[in-house]
Design a protein around this ligand. Structure first.
Ligand code: COS
Length: 410
């Protein structure tokens, strides 16, 4: 069994591609030296995620999840930095990657739409690893069809110290919420106008411990990570909890997902690269039929397939991140081109990674299914990435819609 410390190191050669700048290469170099030095017992997913968040925050890595004005490392969220960070972390520890991902996704809507007071209250603490964040969009009957949510935020007038103001009362259930149960706050999307479809959804920031919020229902999944359902029962929020415009919640959720979908592709790439490294090392070490496994043409052909799947996904992933960073999303055409590119990257990287990991596991024979080997855990780790932050079928829909609308994608 392998520990993080005796594992292979994440490769760097792809950072010479023209998508990247010197700062990205140096980020990857520093992170791949830092991760193996950390000692985190991952047997308890919740404790491990809290510890990874603390360590990532103390070392400054979470500063890439917020912008410089809010305690971040760079003036704006940099998609290429996020991709590289997640790729490198996922190569070594999918749970460390998960902790990083949730700091970004869970606070992303505040970065995009928060008031100065909301940003000050949450983002510097996220960047330091002092507050755990979560993104609460999905519901038992509204996963891919996020607009079908039924959690309701009813507006009531209340009299506070500063006079008459709006207040909201949340009722409903959110589910499959990553960091659920350990988060310090949730960005929650709810209907403020049940008749207005996706234009009737508004976002709110709800602190853990708020009266009327029960986040204790833990969900156990095949590759353990903190996941829970949230139950809101007459959960009262004052108007300072509203995040972004009234009725602007659906678009805010989509814009947040857009940014982080390319980074999911990065995480999938990290897992695929690790599986490939494990397969190469195993093929070179394993003897059979009087030669090494690597000497068989059958093995070489498989490794060739795996490498091509990894590198083609890498190009789509880096292109999507580069588009957002260097071309931008200021015009509707740019925004749509980026949305489609991020969807393509997420779809191809997660699907290809599943195939690469399966091939690596097959190459390991019986050891591949032995609990505790790296390819066995990767086989479980990768599966959720084809579903969360928009399943492959949702990405197909996004790409198809863009194609039909534009007659082209860029
Ligand atoms: N950025 C900004 N606005 C967007 C957008 C984006 N990426 N995608 C859609 N919108 C806007 C549309 O322009 C439209 O605006 P108008 O009301 O002004 O016309 C509005 O949002 C509704 O868009 P659309 O009609 O495409 O919505 P649908 O209900 O058809 O849903 C999908 C589209 C399927 C793409 C969406 O529901 C989705 O992404 N689902 C997956 C959700 C998900 O990822 N869940 C995982 C949760 S996190 S683990």
């Amino acid at each position: 069994m392998q520990s993080v410390t005796d594992a292979p190191r994440a490769p760097l050669s792809h950072l010479n591609l023209p998508f990247f700048e010197a700062q990205h290469r140096s980020l990857a170099e520093q992170l791949r030296d830092w991760v193996p030095q950390q000692r985190v017992d991952e047997s308890d997913d919740r404790a491990a995620c809290k510890q990874w968040t603390r360590l990532l925050g103390q070392a400054g890595w979470l500063r890439y999840c917020v912008s410089a004005d809010d305690g971040g490392a760079l003036p704006q969220l940099d998609s290429r930095a996020l991709v590289i960070l997640r790729e490198t972390l996922a190569f070594h520890s999918p749970l460390a990657d998960f902790a990083m991902a949730m700091a970004g996704l869970g606070s992303g809507a505040i970065t995009l739409a928060g008031t100065p007071a909301q940003k000050a209250a949450y983002l510097p603490a996220v960047a330091r690893g002092d507050k755990l964040a979560a993104f609460a969009l999905s519901e038992p009957d509204a996963g891919s069809d996020a607009g079908a949510m039924t959690t309701i935020a009813q507006c009531r007038q209340s009299t506070g110290a500063s006079g008459l103001s709006d207040a909201y009362v949340l009722n409903g259930v959110k589910t499959w919420i990553s960091n659920g149960g350990i988060a310090d706050f949730y960005c929650v999307f709810a209907k403020t106008d049940a008749q207005a479809g996706t234009r009737g959804i508004t976002a709110f920031i709800v602190d853990a411990g708020t009266k009327g919020l029960d986040d204790s229902e833990h969900i156990t999944v095949m590759a353990p990570h903190p996941l829970a359902s949230l139950r809101f029962t007459d959960c009262a929020l004052d108007d300072s909890a509203q995040l972004g415009e009234l009725g602007g919640g659906f678009k805010l959720a989509m814009r947040t997902l857009d940014i982080f979908r390319a980074s999911v592709a990065g995480a999938a790439l990290g897992m695929a690269r690790r599986a490939l490294a494990e397969a190469v090392a195993f093929a070179q070490a394993r003897s059979m039929f009087g030669q090494k496994l690597a000497d068989f043409q059958l093995t070489q052909a498989k490794l060739g397939d795996m490498a091509a799947l990894v590198e083609s996904a890498a190009l789509l992933t880096y292109r999507a991140a580069w588009l957002r960073d260097c071309v931008g999303t200021a015009t509707p055409a740019q925004a749509q081109a980026y949305t489609a590119a991020a969807a393509m990257a997420k779809m191809c990287a997660t699907e290809n990674a599943q195939r690469v990991i399966d091939m690596a596991l097959q190459m390991h024979g019986g050891r591949g299914v032995q609990v505790g080997t790296k390819v066995e855990s990767l086989y479980r780790d990768i599966r959720a990435l084809r579903i969360y932050e928009g399943a492959t079928e949702v990405q197909q829909l996004i790409i198809g819609k863009a194609l039909l609308k534009n007659g082209g994608l860029s």
